[in-house]
Design a protein around this ligand. Structure first.
Ligand code: PHE
Length: 339
């Protein structure tokens, strides 16, 4: 009997419970009417008289130890319950989780906003396009090597239908259906047959700009782009135009801005040059105007096209392009407070 009591005393001292239910089970096991300790009390009448005093004391000790251990455990639960309940009294009882805007939408809307302040309106066009709108009208004749600049997805049954590789196809749509003056931007998704990696994806987003009127000059283009760069990246931002080539603009240029991550000092993002490329642009080639039924002797125009992912990276430094299309809530939640 004495050994049994000591055994139970050891057990009782080591009791642990991780929740209220476990604790209740322990209470029943040791302290209820049919519990282990009551059993010992029942057996107590069989203890020899000369041992009764000592065993009785031990038994009482065991019972008290069990009772206080269970009480202690109960208290510790109550305590943590209280902490939880009262940690923030202002919390909504039944919170409704709000979604957040996707970073690409945020930036797209910023771009739209900036250009709409200087009179640009918006148009959209189809993502599945015919060859003429994407290439033909824009001075990419069949077999022209410039078509290799953009790896194209073709629709198998009909090679004349492609997934547009750039939003310049919306230029074609607008110029063939509207009369100048045209001052518009075209946001949209484009597709290129590229291996997916942290720096390339088979689809991405562009915003195209087009302005056609009488006497539009390269100086107008430069001014509009400078305004955009400063609005988007801050008053201190500088731009630089480098000569480039696109079949549908002449002359053509690529625009860099002073790296807004290092302020032009040089960092890994700008490959220590202090400049990052953000868009392609140029004066609409007169042949393109003519292809679309606009008299190039009366009208001239400029066009530009930028990648929304690239601009977003510059603003938010997202290191892996794939994050934009994976819908990982931990990534998206970080943009909750942005507008
Ligand atoms: N469409 C070109 C591209 O995707 C960008 C561009 C648009 C260049 C308009 C000049 C004028 O690379």
């Amino acid at each position: 009997m004495k050994n049994r009591i000591k055994e139970l005393l050891d057990d009782v001292n080591q009791l642990a419970a991780s929740n209220q239910e476990d604790l209740e089970a322990l209470r029943i096991k040791y302290l209820s009417k049919k519990g282990l300790i009551s059993e010992l009390f029942t057996d107590f009448k069989n203890v020899a008289n000369e041992e009764k005093r000592e065993v009785g004391q031990l038994l009482n000790e065991l019972k008290n130890a069990a009772q206080s251990k269970i009480n202690d455990l109960k208290d510790s639960f109550n305590q943590s319950d209280k902490n939880e309940q009262h940690s923030d009294l202002t919390r909504t009882a039944d919170p409704v989780l709000l979604g957040s805007r996707h970073p690409l939408s945020l930036v797209k809307h910023q771009i739209i906003d900036i250009f709409s302040r200087i009179g640009f309106t918006i148009a959209e066009g189809p993502e599945i396009e015919d060859d003429w709108h994407v290439f033909g009208a824009l001075n990419f004749p069949p077999e022209h090597p410039a078509r290799d600049m953009q790896d194209t997805f073709f629709i198998e049954q009909n090679p004349d239908i492609v997934l547009r590789t750039h939003t310049s196809s919306v230029q074609t749509r607008v110029m063939t259906t509207q009369k100048p003056p045209i001052r518009m931007i075209f946001p949209g998704r484009v597709y290129r047959n590229e291996a997916i990696s942290y720096r390339a994806h088979c689809f991405f987003h562009q915003v195209e700009g087009l302005y056609i009127d009488k006497d539009v000059s390269f100086a107008d283009l430069k001014q509009a782009l400078m305004y955009f760069a400063k609005e988007m990246f801050g008053e201190h931002t500088q731009i630089r135009l480098r000569p480039s080539y696109f079949p549908f603009t002449e002359p053509s240029a690529e625009m860099d801005i002073s790296c807004n991550i290092c302020g032009g000092e040089g960092c890994p993002f700008c490959k220590y040059t202090g400049w990052v490329e953000i868009l392609g642009c140029g004066m609409v080639d007169p042949a393109v105007l003519e292809n679309c039924g606009i008299d190039s002797k009366i009208y001239s125009g400029y066009a530009f096209g930028m990648g929304v992912e690239r601009i977003t990276n510059l603003k938010y430094q997202v290191k892996d392009l794939r994050m934009f299309s994976e819908n990982d809530i931990r990534f998206l939640k970080q943009f909750e407070s942005a507008h």
